[in-house]
Write a protein that binds this ligand. Sequence first.
Ligand code: FES
Length: 140
Amino acid sequence: MERRIFLKNTCTICLAIGAGLTLSDLSSCASLPIYKTAIDENKISIPVSLFAQNNLQIIQPKDYAFDIALRKEKDGSYVALLMRCTHASNPLNSTGTGFYCTLHGSTFNAEGAVTKGPAAVALKKFPTEINSGNIIIHLT
Ligand code: FES
């Protein structure tokens, strides 16, 4: 593991514990898969096959300021959440079961709803569709 990634993961866990999250909240964060890709005409394409073993994938679009959490729902649909805190636009960290902000401590559940302020607005959701074995996220 690269030193930078190790430090980010380690610091993320320490900050989350400081924010009141428990280790069980963080149990899956260290193993969350990250998929790096490019944006093409305001769309991101992600292979459905990435969800064969996980129902949550972190998407890192090239030259985009924030990650996107892409989650497969039980009905087979996909939800794409912008990992940008709605309080003051700080990048969010995933706990595996939700999201938290290291700047002022807001937390969000897996659906993007606020579970602890100061943020008062849910996370932005992007429309998704499935096309030829790919999940298409429309960056609107
Ligand atoms: S920027 Fe996230 S809680 Fe303030």
